[in-house]
Design a protein around this ligand. Structure first.
Ligand code: XMP
Length: 325
């Protein structure tokens, strides 16, 4: 009968047969799919795998440290941590159009990854966390011309000019199976049951031009929101993080007036977004308890100097999208 340990054993054998003694590189994003692929391939071939983690400066608070801790320190995976934030922010200077921002981030990502890959000429394989729904989706888009509302950028889809063979050990799995596999391989459940995070990261959650100071404010506000969602349970015992499909803060480059002590403040606004959805094609805004929203708002305004107003987004998809850009 089917069991997870048997499945892992078979998958490991298959990877070993495919790869032999050759080396593999993998773009690790910290998302569920690339993380589980990394853990599985590492189980199979150990140090023949090198992961490249590109920090574009638009990640969540402490994300790079978490990824390095989980993979390099705890699992002993070889991970090259590339801090490319200065380069990304430089190329984003003066750019406020959402599609242009996505294109620049996608293009820079490929460039940085390629540069790192060239430093590993012995690598013959490019591993990707492609899962079954991605396989179906890309098969579909070859026949129908997909109507693109937003150009999506992922860590996947790296150029063929790398001349590497593709290793995609999750190609037959659905998301739930990928998560189960991740836990069985020893990844922390919080990592495996995370909300999705877009490839362009905070780049599409800082409206208009992306600036480092704004990214820093947003990261801290977002962290408070996520922390409170994780720590607050509904009457059924589930956390509000687990009851929502995706939740995050958005930075609005708009200043409004407030008061603090005897002083007048004139600072930025943060919007909170939390949605419930089964497929991300349509979504409802999450009916979070007022008490929770109040606590998040107080904490953000008290702890993040530079933000003096917090609003909650009550728009469904459609007509709004989940992200603000
Ligand atoms: P929207 O905003 O289109 O988002 O309702 C639907 C889902 O897609 C994610 N998203 C992206 N993911 N690159 C990604 O990898 C992108 O450019 C991108 N834009 C949106 C969004 O976070 C949500 O889960």
């Amino acid at each position: 009968s089917w069991t997870m340990p048997n499945y892992i054993e078979e998958a490991v054998q298959k990877i070993r047969e495919q790869v032999g003694a050759e080396e593999v590189i993998l773009g690790l994003s910290g998302g569920v799919d690339s993380s589980v692929a990394a853990a599985l391939i590492h189980r199979a071939i150990g140090n023949q795998l090198t992961c490249v983690f590109v920090d574009h400066g638009l990640l969540r608070l402490n994300e790079a440290e978490h990824v390095m801790q989980t993979f390099a320190a705890n699992l002993g995976v070889k991970v090259i941590h590339v801090d490319a934030s200065a380069e990304f922010l430089h190329h984003l200077q003066g750019i406020s159009d959402p599609e242009q921002k996505r294109k620049i981030i996608g293009r820079e990502f490929v460039e940085v990854f390629q540069r790192e890959a060239k430093k590993l000429p012995q690598a013959k394989w490019l591993a990707q966390g492609t899962i079954y729904p991605d396989v179906i989706e890309s098969a579909g888009s070859k026949t129908k011309k997909a109507h693109t509302i937003k150009s999506h950028h992922n860590v996947g889809g790296l150029p063929e000019s790398l001349h590497l063979k593709l290793l995609e050990p999750l190609r037959e799995l659905f998301k739930d199976e990928v998560r189960e596999l991740g836990v069985a391989l020893g990844l922390p459940p919080e990592m495996v049951y995370r909300h999705p995070f877009p490839g362009p990261g905070l780049g599409v959650r800082i409206l208009g031009e992306v600036r480092r100071e704004h990214a820093d404010l947003l990261r801290r506000a977002d962290h408070i929101f996520i922390e409170e969602l994780r720590n607050t349970k509904d009457t059924d015992g589930k956390s509000w993080y687990d009851k929502t499909s995706q939740a995050f803060a958005v930075f609005l480059p708009v200043k409004s007036v407030g008061v603090m002590g005897d002083g007048r403040t004139y600072e930025y606004v943060v919007a909170l977004r939390a949605v419930v959805t089964s497929d991300f094609m349509t979504a409802h805004w999450a009916e979070l308890p007022y008490e929770l929203l109040g606590r998040v708002s107080n904490r953000i305004i008290n702890e993040v100097r530079g933000i003096n107003r917090v609003v909650y987004d009550v728009s469904g998809k459609p007509p709004a999208t989940i992200e603000w850009e």
